[in-house]
Design a protein around this ligand. Structure first.
Ligand SMILES: *Cc1c(COP(=O)(O)O)cnc(C)c1O
Length: 237
């Protein structure tokens, strides 16, 4: 396993997926998901130019963060955050992909203010697939259900006016599929939801965080601007 070769391969797959969709590869941010991997692997990826890294646990980040002296890494929190741990987030992370409740958003806004950081970028995690195991704002059938839509719109409207946090987009996780094509409707659905929110609420949501090792090419074809890739870069955890 060679992290540098793996990164090159993933980058070339990103270029291919962008070509398939007539997109510019510079629109896609590769977040290297280093959860479960030691510092040495992060350093190896950094040494070949990788600057965006994703972690999913506050405790793990607390251990790793002091051991890394590079100041030009952008850290992404991609895992579920218990609200009592929100206060630690701004010290470690630049972007949070996993905001899944109004309550958590409020906690993060407070924590950012207390941290002295000027702002925290956040994405709202959306459950478009309806699997019970997927956290996120419930958006199953939002197009046809006025109740789902009202609830979701109402939450997002309130989050967007919170101080200190800046809502930059939406995030979703697809189900595990044998064929990544099966996940395409999840990704196109998130894009449609984003477009509807932008139209209705007059907000800007430039980012769609979607796609992991098994499905990032399909996600890019459907408009992903951030892909969260772990195993294809660092190997199995
Ligand atoms: C672990 C994880 C990833 C990366 O998954 P891989 O299959 O290793 O690419 C992406 N997003 C989230 C939310 C994760 O927890």
């Amino acid at each position: 396993m060679n992290i540098s070769d793996n990164l090159k391969h993933v980058q070339s797959q990103i270029v291919t997926a962008c070509a398939n969709a007539n997109r510019n590869p510079s629109e896609v941010i590769l977040v290297a998901v280093s959860k479960g991997h030691p510092i040495e692997h992060i350093i190896e990826a950094y040494s070949v130019g990788q600057r965006q890294f994703g972690e999913n646990r506050v405790e793990e980040m607390r251990q790793k963060y002091p051991q890394i002296s590079y100041t030009d890494i952008s850290w992404h929190m991609i895992g579920h955050i218990q609200s009592r741990k929100a206060r630690d987030i701004p010290a470690y992370f630049d972007t949070v992909h996993s905001v899944d409740s109004l309550h958590l958003a409020q906690k993060l806004a407070d924590a950012t203010e207390k941290s002295g950081k000027s702002r925290l970028d956040v994405l709202l995690q959306i459950n478009v697939s309806g699997e019970a195991s997927k956290s996120g704002f419930f958006a199953v059938n939002w197009m046809n259900s006025p109740d789902v839509r009202a609830d979701l719109w109402n939450n997002i409207r309130q989050i967007c006016v919170l101080p200190n946090i800046c809502v930059v987009g939406l995030m979703t996780m697809a189900f595990i599929a044998d064929d990544p094509e099966e996940t395409r409707p999840i990704f196109s659905g998130l894009r449609q939801l984003r477009d509807a929110l932008v139209d209705d609420l007059h907000i800007s949501l430039p980012h769609l965080s979607m796609g992991m090792t098994d499905d990032f090419m399909v996600a890019i074809e459907e408009g992903a601007t951030m892909v969260r890739v772990g195993r294809a870069i660092f190997g199995e955890r």
